[in-house]
Design a protein around this ligand. Sequence first.
Ligand SMILES: O=P(O)(O)OC[C@H]1O[C@H](O)[C@H](O)[C@@H](O)[C@@H]1O
Length: 525
Amino acid sequence: MTKTTNNLDSCEAFAQLTALQPVGNLATLLTPQRVATAQVAMDDGMWFNYAAKAVDEPILQALQQLADEQQVVSQYRQLLDGAVMNGSEQRMVLHHLTRGQLGADVVHGGTSLRDFYQQQLDRIAAFCVQVHNGEVRGGSGERFTRVCQIGIGGSDLGPRAMYLALAHGQRSQKQLKLEASFISNVDPDDAGQVLAELPLSRTLFILVSKSGTTQETLTNESLVREALRSQELDPARHMVAVTSETSPLAQSKGFLTSFYMDDFVGGRFSSTSAVGAAVLMLAFGETVVKEFLAGAHQQDCLALNPNVDENPALLDALIGVYERNVLGYPATAVLPYSQALSRFPAHLQQLDMESNGKSVNRQGQAVRYATGPVVFGEAGTNGQHSFYQLLHQGTDRIPLQFIGFLREQGGSDRVIQGSTSQQKLNANLMAQIVAFAKGRRHKEANKVFVGQRPSSLIYAAQLTPRVLGSLLAHFENKVMFQGFLWNINSFDQEGVQLGKMLTQQVLGGRVEDDALDAYCRLFQS
Ligand SMILES: O=P(O)(O)OC[C@H]1O[C@H](O)[C@H](O)[C@@H](O)[C@@H]1O
């Protein structure tokens, strides 16, 4: 029997890990020397620093053994080579291939899928040139100056977070080609508000849906088409589609052109496929997107290293499993000290919680241990004035994932009252790490900080396109490794289906459940 199907609680290394003495005092562990050395290079001057994590040498060694016993890097290699890692849907998992080849040539239906993904990127690049130079124009003959993506879940969160992460920097360097907006929610106020602000005759819409069947997206598509028609604009000259080749959308007419992904790229892992590339290339051009993809590919390469002290995503994943399954922490907070990453926590919520929010293993049996944590977050320092109270003094201990940069993106930083805004931002970040770890004694009970709140820090000189790609892939790979460690399928998402089915009953007037029927009556008035 192969080891790759082992549950976490049947691993010898997990038993050893559980038997180890936890770190007694994070405050004393956090020495200056540890701050300077407890880190793993992520390349491009980027680091994963785990100095303020409650893991000492024996724990790290046990984590290495756990990674070895669960053969997580060899599972990653199998995934890269095109093994069916999404067993419940009988699918390969190929998002890494959208940004480079690391394993065997993966061929499906006679086509090399690396070639397929690259061709789609090339087609998008060629189309973007035509839009940018005015060869492709809107129905009234005007040049496109805006782009608006219609999509939800993985067809919104990642691309939107990536766009927002780069827009200010690109705008300040006068490199922003088209400003982007997004419509996702089926709430009519979402489309209503975005459409009211857009110059429709100059707007190109990208309809993004992998399945081509998502209710919210198709509803919003209709609203957009109606809005265009109401201004006597031909919707077919204002809309492109991004979808999987097998979806109903792939057959439909009424688009300037269509770009494709396939069933082997999960929605939440699709930012580096045509799903993210279309809006990012329209907004920033091909060079920026190539840099972004190169950063992601670089992390994918690092993730092949079996040594945890040289593989940041694996180390991050293992520490997360230790905190979840040995220390029993229920959640994790993502705290980027960068306004550009304001939607990054929202993307990670889907990435992590939709992937690892599972209770059965890959053999379909219930697991008897905790899997994915609750993930939430907010850009610093905004979070400090909101939920940090609970993080500092609440009854749950919640591990923290800080992200920070030496320099801002926009070049507008200036000294105000003795320090620049970036210096203030980073002073807050550093202060928080130490406050969380070390706490403070006080004679008044409500002013005591017990500390012992672990955190890690990813930092780099600046949030460039390449660094952004690295960050994205780091978390994708962390989530993947955690799924392997927990022996769960991180690549399906059945948890969304029940609600969808009941929604259809409500809309079709065929409600079977009496409580749901009662709720329907509440909303009738
Ligand atoms: O891209 P689409 O097929 O429209 O799917 C959009 C989203 O909806 C689904 O309900 C899934 O939970 C998500 O994983 C997916 O990203």
